[in-house]
Write a protein that binds this ligand. Structure first.
Ligand code: ADP
Length: 399
């Protein structure tokens, strides 16, 4: 089936047209600066690999969506002759709250529930809804599905998702751990379980999704039982620009010292902290690795703290699951940075993981077993593919 995958941000619209069975990508591109001046659509002509860009005035997501349709139907660069060739549209939706534990076909009730979750993801859900609205207007009658970042983690037990604050705040405001990157954790853990070849119920997997945003999930019996991101994607690991977990009382202290309000504090923790804030160089691990090679001590500190935060979470999840069969690394850092993987795995020798250094050093962006054949617990690089996961879920739902 040909599935159009849409991922809308507040000023962006990313798309891919994918064959859900053969995994072939027919088209992909990105609209940027929607609602701002100088908007454009950048896309790849898949047949030639050529990258093209067009400046188009895009006052809203509907105009951006029309630009995507025009590129898809373009007589020279287009991927389809008619929109009828597109069987369904799959939307990435960030927050499904407690309403959704799996992907769903979008109807009025689903739209109301996504709206109800906007409070929990004010930057994302409204943008996702704009994408759905634009699609309903321009491709009426084509089935649309929502694939949620939070859905995979809805299997967490209460003891894992509840915070140690008065229970009434959970009851009144639904304050709890939700977890994110669920589409990726689900995709990678499914592949890990396939690799293990054990019955799903007996498989224990830890997925380390290490990209600009980073989270680690414990998957027991195919189900997420704990994950490091929380009520928002700010919790857990030290990330590119995000602090990860900090002592919340630090906030009041900084607020007083720096005369900052809540918005300023959240901006600090989301955009100026993490690897960027620690190193003072960059949020990108390629720059951090280069900084370390040049002998920069703050780059080394950022690298070490990032890896240490991952080690502590993985160790915690081994304990939480009372064991682990496979640890998987994925996303930009997880798939490409052999030093991060080696540093993290060094602390799990006691579990029976021995790193195959040669394979580890040679593995960038492709699936590989990076532990030795005799390792009791396996370590793998498993590339994630959230767009394909969305396409598969969508095809499955509309079949
Ligand atoms: P996102 O920002 O959406 O999480 P990715 O999962 O692609 O995106 O992660 C991007 C990050 O991956 C970059 O910021 C960088 O830190 C890291 N990265 C990408 N390529 C490499 C590489 N070759 N070596 C080390 N780190 C890399």
């Amino acid at each position: 089936m040909k599935i159009l995958v849409i991922n809308c941000g507040s000023t962006t619209l990313k798309y891919q047209l994918i064959d859900s069975e053969t995994e072939e990508v027919f088209a992909k591109g990105l609209c940027e600066r929607i609602g701002i001046a100088d908007a454009d659509i950048a896309y790849t002509v898949m047949a030639t690999g050529e990258k093209k860009e067009k400046k188009i005035d895009m006052p809203d997501h509907s105009v951006a969506f029309q630009a995507v349709i025009d590129v898809l139907l373009d007589p020279v660069d287009g991927a389809v002759k008619s929109l009828d060739e597109i069987d369904a549209v799959g939307h990435r939706v960030v927050h499904g709250g407690e309403y959704f534990n799996s992907s769903v076909v979008i109807d009025d009730d689903v739209i109301e529930k996504i709206k109800a979750c906007s409070d929990l993801a004010p930057l994302h859900n409204p943008a996702n809804l704009l994408g759905i609205e634009a699609c309903s207007k321009l491709m009426p009658g084509v089935p649309q599905c929502a694939v949620f970042d939070t859905a995979f983690h809805q299997t967490m037990p209460e003891k894992a998702y509840i915070y140690g604050i008065p229970f009434s705040y959970y009851e009144k405001y639904k304050i709890r751990r939700y977890g994110f990157h669920g589409t990726s954790h689900s995709f990678v853990s499914k592949r890990a379980i396939e690799i293990l070849g054990k019955p799903v119920e007996e498989s224990k997997v830890i997925v380390c999704h290490l990209g600009g945003g980073a989270s680690i999930t414990a998957v027991d019996g195919g189900k997420s039982v704990d994950t490091s991101m929380g009520f928002t994607p700010l919790d857990g690991l030290i990330m590119g620009t995000r602090s990860g977990s900090v002592d919340p009382a630090i906030l009041q202290y900084i607020a007083e010292k720096e005369n900052m309000d809540v918005n300023g504090l959240l901006n600090l923790l989301n955009k100026k902290s993490g690897v960027q804030g620690l190193s003072g160089i960059s949020s990108d691990f390629r720059d951090i690795d280069a900084g370390i090679a040049e002998g920069n001590p703050r780059a080394k500190l950022a690298f070490d703290s990032f890896c240490y935060s991952a080690i502590k979470l993985i160790g915690g999840y081994v304990a939480a699951m009372n064991g682990v069969d496979l640890i998987a690394f994925t996303a930009g850092i997880g798939e490409n940075d052999a030093k991060v993987r080696a540093t993290v795995l060094k602390n799990f020798g006691y579990l029976g993981i021995t790193l195959d250094e040669e394979v580890n050093n040679a593995t960038h962006g492709k699936e590989a077993m990076i532990s030795t054949a005799d390792s009791k617990v396996k370590a793998y690089v498993i590339p994630t593919n959230e767009e394909l996961a969305i396409a598969r879920d969508t095809a499955h739902l509309v079949k």
